[in-house]
Design a protein around this ligand. Structure first.
Ligand SMILES: [Zn+2]
Ligand SMILES: [Zn+2]
Length: 135
């Protein structure tokens, strides 16, 4: 049985549904993911054989592929949010976990490309945590 997962960008121009199952969930610390996310790592879900349906804003999507690589990003051209990339040639959809509005039913399986992580990306689980902004 496949599930329907739903997501949207920050400005809500782009909305989508994904029909299928998430089979892999990686936190990627490579330099490309650090550049495009602006942070320590991307949180990418992989759905093999899934069907991606854009419900709105398909005309607002921008697509970027790094020359001579498989590295690609789909994002909202209005607010810049990362959106799913339909890697049809590879038979999978790559979904940035943060754009989902429905529950994610698997947990991250691994940190990958740790050899290119940022020098500040060290023992982040050990620093203080707050429910909101620290006072
Ligand atoms: Zn947007
Ligand atoms: Zn990466």
């Amino acid at each position: 049985m496949s599930h329907i997962h739903a997501g949207s960008c920050l400005c809500n121009a782009v909305t989508f549904e994904l029909e299928g199952e998430f089979t892999k969930f990686f936190l990627c610390h490579c330099s490309r993911c650090r550049k495009t996310s602006g942070t320590a790592h991307c949180a990418n879900l992989f759905a093999s054989g899934a069907t991606l349906n854009w419900l709105s804003g398909e005309d607002k999507l921008s697509f970027y592929r790094l020359e001579d690589t498989n590295f690609a990003r789909t994002f909202c051209s209005v607010c810049g949010s990362n959106m799913p990339t339909d890697a049809k040639a590879r038979g999978l959809v790559v979904v940035p976990a943060g754009c989902l509005d429905t529950e994610v039913d698997i947990t991250p399986q691994a940190h990958i490309f740790m050899d290119s992580k940022g020098n500040w990306d060290e023992n982040l689980g050990d620093i203080p945590t707050y429910e909101g902004l620290p006072s």
